[in-house]
Structure formats: structure tokens, C-alpha cells
Design a binder for this molecule. Sequence first.
Ligand code: PMP
Length: 421
Amino acid sequence: MNATLPARDGMAVDPRPPIDWAAVRAQFPILSRTVHGKPLVYLDSANTGQKPQAVIDAVAEFSARHNANVSRAVHALGSEATEAYEGARTTLARFLNVHRDELVLCSGTTFALNLVAYSWALPRLKPGDAIVLTRMEHHANIVPWQIVAERTGATIKVAELTPEGELDLDGLWQLLTPEVRLLAFAHVSNVLGTVNPVREICREAAKRGIVTVVDGSQAVPHRAVDVAALGCDFYAFTGHKMCGPTGTGGLWGRRELLAQMPPFLGGGEMIREVRFEGTVFNEPPMRFEAGTPNIAGHVGLGAAAEWLAALGMAKVEAREQQLLEHATAALSAIPGLRILGSAREKAAVISFAIEGAHAHDLATLLDLEGIAVRSGQHCAHPLLAWFGVPATCRASFAFYNTEAEIDALVAALHKVRGLLL
Ligand code: PMP
């Protein structure tokens, strides 16, 4: 990818000089707009990330000059479109340190996890088998497995958390009994920011012959992820959280596993030969890409990966850690404010509740100040129930945010707290 040195758990140390973050921020046109007459303070990047001009341009350039369908036409535009789409696959594969033939492009993490559920798990699991999930999963990494369990007779076991919001690893090891076939878990929690020790967990699972599925939605946008070094079997990610367009993302799968999997959807592109007597499917990754893909979107995602690689993911991670520290200290000083999750390794996500104030009311009043935070249960009902809170506000940061924006959030919270309490 770029000049990086291997370090802990798929992360990397970047030796290049410091970055002018104000100049980086200036590349995101949306960040200079106003909302309700106030400068936009966008603190909802865990929900979806903003796009730099380079990505906006890549999508526009594709649509304006190269638009055609992929792999079907021999004409010039068809070749250009195929080259652009397959070029994006190559760029993304390099970004994640995987082989391009093992990278299925799809609409995002939800599709990717469902692909594993329907194509790997559904045909294999049977009564008596078990799936292990964790308490901190997003619904996208719960519901597909519930569907599999219901249809196959397999059961679901849940790994619990420590009060700090870290995985209770001793508890997890105890759950990994011989009937467990699959372990699905988040690399980084979208609510708590907890960074899970993926390598260690995958090592323990592999010793027991358990297939691992990692939800990388909240990791890939915020740190260098070397998927090959993690030792997992499947890794899902979403493009729109990593500066790419919506409706993009991918699933990396170990070659042997992908090769054994039947298609998830049938149609054009995923076949070699179709006769009414029977159809020969294409090899992965094409086998899992039926129909016309989101070509322009993935061209944009390729541009996003290139742009992030040039910035340096170790730099991104370090900058976001500065913002997290600043925000944690400032928010903790607000009376009655409780932060959910204080993992030792934590990404720049802060979910908080203020005693006596409903999260939706807080978020609505913050919006009037131009501040965008998410409120609710963040597609993680079992996690919020465990913490015993009906809803939280979540401020999630990206490298393009500033300390001044965090200070604006804190000032606004003081103000709206006064209005609500
Ligand atoms: N898993 C996690 C941890 C997420 O944060 C999200 C997005 N909120 C998803 C899965 C689903 O991603 P998408 O909606 O892009 O499919």
C-alpha cells in the first residue's frame, strides 16, 4: 500500500512527516456549509463519512466520460468502465492487503455479512451446531445469524462484556466449545468504540476449527487494517464510512472458503455458461456479483482508498486519538453526563447519556446549533439493553474534525442541558 511498518494487530506505524489537518479538512466541501444558520459541526462519521473532492470528482469523471456497463461490451467505453471497476478492486485489495480475487465488491457490510450467512453458513450448519456472537454487535451482525439459526436448527451463544465495554475474553474462550462452527464479531464497536483483539480471537478460533467473520465497518475507515495479518476467514467492510460513496463495500473471504460457496444471488455476470439443463457458475469473486454492480460508486471507493492511503492510515488513527482524548476530557466535565464504554483501546466514538434528558431531545437541540450527532440505539438494541439505557447520543469523530468543533459540542451541551433540565 504505502510506506508502513508492521505493528500491533494489523495496525501500522507511518514514518512520514506531520500533516496539515486544516488543509485536509478543506478538501471536504460539505464541511464548509451551514445548518440552521450555524457552521456545520459534523460528528456523525460512524454513521456515514464525508467525501473529499477527489472522490466526488472520480465519480463525476466516470459518469461524464467513461460510463458503460462492465465486462459485457467490447466497445471502448465498456473496456474503460471495466478497467475502472476492476482497477478499484485492485486498489481496495492493496489497501486491505488481500488478493483481489478474494475480494467481492458489494453494497456494504450488511450485504457482505448476509452473503456469508446465506452462502457459507446456511448450507453447512445443522441442529446441534452453534454460532457465537458478541454483546456489542450491530444488528447487521446479529440478524443474518438469527435467520441462519432459525433455518438450520443451530443455536446462538453470546460473548459478554466487562463493565468497561471490552470483550470478556475468558468468557469468550469458554463459549468456544466443539459444537461452535462460526464466530462473528466486530473489529471496532460502533457504539462503544472498543477495538477488539482480532488477531488473538481469530487465533483461538482457528485452533478449534471455528470460522471467523469480522465486521470491519468501523475499523477500515479509522486505522490501517492488514486483513491478511488478522488471521480471520471473512472480513466485511462498508465504503460510505471510509470516504467512499453509499452502496459500496466488500467482503474478503479466504480463497478455499469462497471456492466452496454457492452463489447468493443468480443472474448475469456470475455465470460461465447458462443452459436450461443447468448453469455453470463463474469463479469467485464474480460468482457473488450478480447483475450490474454499483460501478461509479466503486470507482469512487477506489479513489477513496487511494486518497486515504496517500494520507496515511496511521496518521488518521493518531489524529483521531487526539480528538478522542480532547472530547473525552471535555465531555466528562459535564454534570450528569455518562459515557458508555471506556475500553483501553478505543476508536473515536463517544456514546453518552445525560441524566434526565432524552437523547432525541438532546440531538434535536444540538441540530439547531448546527451540530450533527446520532441519537437512539445505534442498531445495537442488545448492547443498549445491557447498559440499561433506552438511548444515547453518539458523537463520532473523523480526522477532518477539529478541537474547536468538540468545544462547540461541549458548549452547546451545557446550553441545551440548561433548557432541558
Ligand atoms: N456493522 C457496524 C459495526 C456498523 O457500524 C454498520 C453501519 N452503521 C454496519 C455494520 C452496517 O453497515 P452498512 O449499513 O453500510 O451495511
